[in-house]
Design a protein around this ligand. Structure first.
Ligand SMILES: *Cc1c(COP(=O)(O)O)cnc(C)c1O
Length: 384
């Protein structure tokens, strides 16, 4: 059966081992075997996050865990700083507004990184701010924000730091403790390479202090106090407040074992090799990059259209004629850029080659004289 190859920022195509794990027999989300699976998964996540903080695994999407972190650590009326250089930052602003927080939103041009200066100025202008929420990999533009220069300074200033690492954790280095991150949120269906349904977050001791000091009611499922209560009181047989997607937990355990056995450095290098092959190939075909290489994430590539090429048409024909799915630009960037994901099986040579040859085929169908294979200029180092 021929399937569409996913070269999108997530969800991703994943390997046979994870597919088999998803098909494992049904099991309960409590009891001895479950506790072993659950705690081993938490321990592996601590290694990946490079943290001594607690790790919570919640059923639901990444946005849910971001909302849980924000809601649990703040009271209505408190101020939160959310630097904005893209769609996912604005999503955080919307969540904060829904929680009746006062938002301070320093603006940075889309396609450019958030700088430490911008954040420092916002903190100085708003000494009342309680928290900073920031996106690591702004997937809508593919910019990797330089967190290592930003979260430590916010932490130093006494703010609670909340990081949207939904599309970056597992794909680029992100040492949570060293970078002063109180709440680091990711999902299982991006660089952790399993199907959607699980969100993961770390909560630091300062994060728990803020949660315990909070007075306002903040619901039940999304209040991390609830999660702490279950971990502490039911932790030896039923560690979460609700039923968990058990097959996904088996898959997450499997995927993390693979990643840690293989070594994260090797995985980072594989993503970077895929990004390099795609970028060099697009350049050979005359498509300019949207983001400067210095702050472009190795997990997704955004490229600009060249004269005579319509973004929607290229995206559609890649899917219909070449069986390759990529993503468009979101909101203002629609029609201006296209985005190619490098996570999951998209890091492999057959995916990268299928995409590049698909773009070549498109150009030839539209009357251009492109020699076959003209885009296959940097395939070295790609995983098989
Ligand atoms: C994918 C993504 C999200 C949204 O994740 P959901 O699981 O759909 O809630 C949030 N932030 C970033 C940076 C993302 O890439």
């Amino acid at each position: 059966m021929s399937r569409t190859k996913l070269l999108i920022p997530g969800p991703v195509d994943f390997g046979e081992t994870v597919r088999m794990a998803m098909a494992s027999p049904s099991r309960p989300h409590y009891g001895r075997d479950w506790i072993r699976l659950y705690t081993e998964t938490q321990e592996m996540l601590k290694r990946l996050f490079q943290t001594k903080s607690d790790i919570l695994i919640m059923a639901g999407p990444g946005t849910m865990a971001l909302e849980a972190a924000m809601a649990s650590a703040t009271e209505p009326g408190e101020t939160i700083i959310i630097p904005d250089n893209g769609f996912f930052a604005r999503r955080l602003v919307t969540v904060a507004e829904g929680l009746q927080l006062k938002t301070v939103v320093p603006q940075v041009e889309e396609g450019k990184p958030i700088t430490a200066e911008v954040v420092r100025e916002a903190i100085e202008a708003h000494p009342e701010a309680k928290a900073l929420a920031i996106v690591h990999h702004e997937t809508s533009t593919t910019v990797l924000n330089p967190l290592e220069t930003i979260t430590p300074l916010a932490k130093e200033a006494g703010l609670i730091t909340i990081v949207d690492a939904v599309s970056s954790m597992g794909g680029v280095p992100l040492p949570v403790d060293a970078w002063g991150i109180d709440f680091c949120v990711t999902v299982a269906n991006k660089a952790l390479e399993i199907p959607p349904a699980l969100a993961i977050l770390s909560v630091s001791p300062d994060g728990w202090k803020a949660i315990e000091a909070r007075q306002a009611a903040r619901g039940w499922y999304l209040d991390l106090k609830t999660w702490k209560w279950y971990a502490e009181n039911w932790g030896n047989w039923h560690p979460t407040p609700v039923t968990m997607p058990t097959s996904n937990m088996v898959a997450l355990h499997t995927s993390l074992m693979q990643l840690l056995d293989e070594g994260v450095e090797r995985r980072y290098a594989a993503y970077a090799a895929a990004a390099h092959a795609v970028r060099a190939g697009l350049e050979a075909l005359g498509f300019p990059p949207f983001v400067e290489e210095a702050y472009a994430s190795p997990l997704t590539t955004a490229f600009l259209m060249r004269p005579g090429v319509d973004a929607d048409e290229l995206q559609r024909e890649l899917k219909e004629q070449s069986g390759v799915m990529i993503s468009g630009g979101i909101a203002e960037l629609h029609g201006k850029i296209l985005r190619v994901g490098h996570i999951g099986l998209a890091r492999k040579r057959d995916y990268v080659v299928a995409f590049l040859l698909g773009v070549e085929d498109f150009l030839r169908r539209h009357g251009e004289d492109v020699p076959y294979g003209a885009s296959l200029v940097a395939l070295e180092g790609l995983e098989l």
